[in-house]
Design a protein around this ligand. Sequence first.
Ligand code: CIZ
Length: 304
Amino acid sequence: MNNSKEDKYIEKIRELKKERKTIILAHNYQRPEIQDIADLVGDSLDLSRKAAATDAEVIVFCGVHFMAESAAILSPEKTVLLPVREAGCQLADMITVQELRKKKEENPQAAVVCYVNSSAEVKAESDICCTSANGIGVVNSLKENRILFVPDGHLGRYLASKTKKEFIFWKGFCPTHYNLLSEDILRAKEEHPQAKVLVHPECRLSVIDLADEALSTNGILEYVKKSEAKEFIIGTEMGIIHRLKKENPNKKFYPASENLICPSMKLITLKEIAQSLEEMRYKIEIPEEIRKRAKKSLNRMLAV
Ligand code: CIZ
């Protein structure tokens, strides 16, 4: 997009934002220009919690569908907009509530732990939620020894390797993280031998085994800020590199692979945000009964 067009959309967004008492949230994986116009940048839960604590009347969530749902679960009195209807999450779509109910029937003794990357309906059907940052603590807090972990089989395997619980894994995966291979890490390490390797726990265990740390997006940001190291190989969606560079201008960042791009995260543009605010679209609506039960699973996690 040329600069004058970009400026026109930024101006429109600022104007509408004021008029509609709006807060704009951008996930760490969003395009740089979206992160730059957002009021807050972060992970999905952190953004949703912070937005809930504001007096904004409208939340524009620049992320994917389940993230906007999390904001709507925590802020029922606010209007939550997802600028692009098609911005879904392939991982979250790898489980339906009917499939989950069937698996629960087959495993009545298991506690259902659901990664926040899931629909409101799946959260509502689970005992407790977790994030990639607090998963170990959540699993260890449960009295049950059997854990039915949904929907991310890779995060599940990582948590199983860090706890003593017996896991039943779901077959879901994040295609962006799944495509990162150990060969990519080995190549990046050869090219940048001084660099620390930070990967997301949605990666395969073979990739995590080669990394210095497996961390959530906010975990990566915190680690880099505190680290004495000057170079980092980043094994998660490369949108995060914009924020890493901005917050650490004297450090260097290399994506572990050029394929670390989530197509859904890139659907949102400045033009889409301006249109979203102008037309108040696309509103996230969650039936109240589902919202309340999903909130219970999130609250149980927050209590841990
Ligand atoms: O929930 C989030 O924000 C995601 C997808 C990952 C993370 O580690 O922040």
